[in-house]
Design a protein around this ligand. Structure first.
Ligand SMILES: [Fe+2]
Length: 291
């Protein structure tokens, strides 16, 4: 029997993707008028009703989808999601600034966008003079693990020399990073903060897969910075993300290969290797090369 489903739709067996919470836009863009977007090849509408509740509808379904308002974003799911989107305890600290950095369309698999976010080695070449600079290109050894108790991928003890690690940085520093992948299309990093000796800044990348080879990225920051103007913080992050987009849209294949032999890894790629292995274990298909 031939498969007549639209090629942008998720395979019904792709539970690791279908049962996730996915971001579908920033809350400040959802009003009384219907907003149109797309998730996993399905057309969605979202609007806020007069009682304050947001209702998300999906083409071809009569029942509304599950909804969560969290971290400046609207989240929904086409399957049976957990009780709430990921937990980011730091985000709820009262002096954190929520900075929603604007949504960016990327013509690449959302899995590629997440993997690029996890890659330290590209800093000096793609974000030259900001997050890295030649000749300091070597990635020091760091620790990667798949945390089975929470089913997440983490990398700790990452450090890298950065000319301008944040908008509020004025001198080069050795920035310290911890990376966390909370679900196939949701990642965040904890990064040493120029304004606090103990608590890190938190930078999240929430990715909305719209087609296997297309997505919308929603970067969100939770910063300890009560000085910088919001527009400057957003512009700093957007400048970095647009540098990444050029690289991402030129990668081939556009989908992410999960076969560990597909692209030759180096020691600096151990986080990427763990991410791909974890996706393969979860049998993620959407946005991945099927082998
Ligand atoms: Fe980058």
């Amino acid at each position: 029997m031939t498969d007549t489903r639209h090629p942008d739709l998720a395979d019904p067996d792709d539970r690791a993707v279908l049962d996730c919470w996915h971001p579908i836009g920033f809350l400040d863009g959802i009003g009384a008028h219907r907003t149109h977007t797309r998730l996993l090849g399905v057309d969605l509408t979202a609007r806020r009703h007069r009682d304050g509740a947001i209702v998300v509808g999906a083409a071809g379904r009569s029942d509304p989808l599950p909804v969560a308002e969290r971290y400046g974003c609207l989240w929904t799911s086409l399957g049976t999601p957990p009780a709430a989107p990921l937990s980011i305890p730091d985000a709820d600290e009262p002096d954190r600034r929520l900075v929603c950095c604007g949504s960016v369309e990327v013509h690449a698999s959302g899995l590629r966008v997440i993997e690029n976010f996890l890659d330290i080695a590209h800093f000096p070449f793609v974000h030259t003079g900001i997050l890295g600079a030649e000749p300091q290109t070597e990635v020091a050894r760091y620790h990667t693990e798949i945390r089975r108790d929470v089913d997440e991928v983490w990398a700790t003890e990452c450090r890298f020399h950065q000319p301008q690690a944040a908008h509020s940085s004025h001198t080069g520093v050795e920035a310290q990073y911890v990376y966390r992948v909370a679900s196939p299309f949701v990642t965040l990093l904890y990064k040493s903060c120029p304004n606090d000796p103990v608590r890190p800044d938190v930078i999240a990348l929430f990715v909305q897969p719209t087609a296997p080879d297309r997505c919308r990225a929603h970067p969100v920051m939770f910063l300890i910075d009560d000085v910088s103007p919001q527009a400057d913080l957003i512009q700093f992050q957007q400048r970095i993300f647009l540098q990444d987009r050029i690289i991402l849209e030129n990668q081939r294949p556009r989908l992410l290969p999960l076969d560990p032999r597909a692209e030759i890894p180096t020691r600096a790629d151990s986080l990427s290797v763990a991410y791909r292995r974890w996706l393969k274990e979860k049998q993620v298909r959407y946005g991945a090369v099927h082998t």
